[in-house]
Design a protein around this ligand. Structure first.
Ligand code: AZA
Length: 295
């Protein structure tokens, strides 16, 4: 007879907004996030024999997401994810794992006439701050990350010395456009419980800020010999900046910008050192991934 070898279920795409209103100053702080919470445990019978007595309804999981957001801080998202997941383990003996994923959108405070506005914000890009937490009775595994940070540099990138074979048409280049959509993640040492997560809250925000800075500074300042080498240098620095992490991953699409030969029009020069007008490519794109761990 077939067996259920893996199963998880829950609510995905739960959108949550929370405002903190500081009474004294009148300053509001807002957070908007999308939460996915999937449970694992002794739930096989719900699949095999329609035993719903082991099922916490996904609607209840959604409600729990709202209530826990009301009762507890939602920042940093690593802490909120841990608190939410721990609730299910504390409440249900047959639930062994809560997988909580959070995607936080940007709401950046407006600066009006040089002053930070107390309650107005704008979306400065599609970049998100992400958390994937796996909460178990043995410990809490957390991976934090950045996704959707679109960057481009108009020079300071090269790619040469690569394999040439019968299928190679790509020319070597010592000066090219480099653009990518940054997806970077850093995995934390497993923490024993929510109290340990709470103790290290400052590190989560610091690592996120450091990872953003390292990614952008390295991207901007380095003369990149390849995406591979650049992402390795970024990973090394994040491991240094966040000693409680075990590994860093990057996934970087290489978003190509092709030169356009315009010589057909009155001999216009638009290639090599004369290139100014390019054709941005939607697809295909290179995709370069790495995981860098402490040796
Ligand atoms: N890495 C790069 O940085 N650029 C490339 C590659 C690669 O592997 N392949 N084509 N262009």
């Amino acid at each position: 007879m077939p067996v259920v070898s893996a199963a998880r279920y829950g609510k995905d795409n739960v959108r949550v907004y929370k405002v903190h209103k500081d009474e004294a100053s009148g300053i509001h702080t807002v957070t908007e996030m999308t939460v996915c919470c999937l449970l694992e445990g002794a739930i096989e019978t719900s699949y095999t024999v329609a035993d719903n007595s082991v099922v916490v309804a996904t609607d209840s999981i959604k409600n729990t997401i709202y209530i826990k957001a009301k009762e507890h801080p939602v920042n940093p998202p690593e802490l909120y994810a841990s608190i939410l997941g721990q609730h299910f383990l504390d409440t249900y003996a047959h639930i062994n794992v809560a997988n909580v994923n959070i995607v936080v959108k940007r709401w950046t405070r407006m600066v009006i006439d040089g002053k930070e506005h107390p309650h107005s914000f704008y979306r400065d890009g599609e970049e998100t701050r992400n958390v994937e937490a796996r909460i178990t009775r043995q410990g809490i595994e957390i991976t934090s990350g950045i996704a959707g940070l679109l960057v481009l540099k108009s020079t300071g990138s090269a790619f040469h010395g690569f394999v040439r074979d019968e299928f190679t048409t790509l020319q070597e280049t010592w000066d090219r456009i480099l653009s990518t959509d940054v997806d970077a993640n850093w995995k934390w040492n497993t923490l024993p419980n929510v109290a340990a997560v709470e103790k290290q809250v400052a590190q989560f925000d610091k690592a996120w800020e450091d990872a953003r800075k390292i990614t952008m500074k390295t991207f901007a300042e380095e003369d990149s010999p390849s995406v591979q080498n650049t992402m390795y240098k970024m990973s090394e620095q994040i491991l240094d900046a966040a000693p409680e992490t075990t590994s860093v991953t990057y996934a970087l699409p290489n978003k190509h910008y092709f030169e356009v030969d315009l010589s057909w029009h009155k001999g216009v020069k638009n290639t090599g050192k004369d290139a100014e007008v390019y054709a941005p490519q939607t697809n295909p794109n290179g995709l370069i991934k790495v995981e860098v761990s402490r040796s």
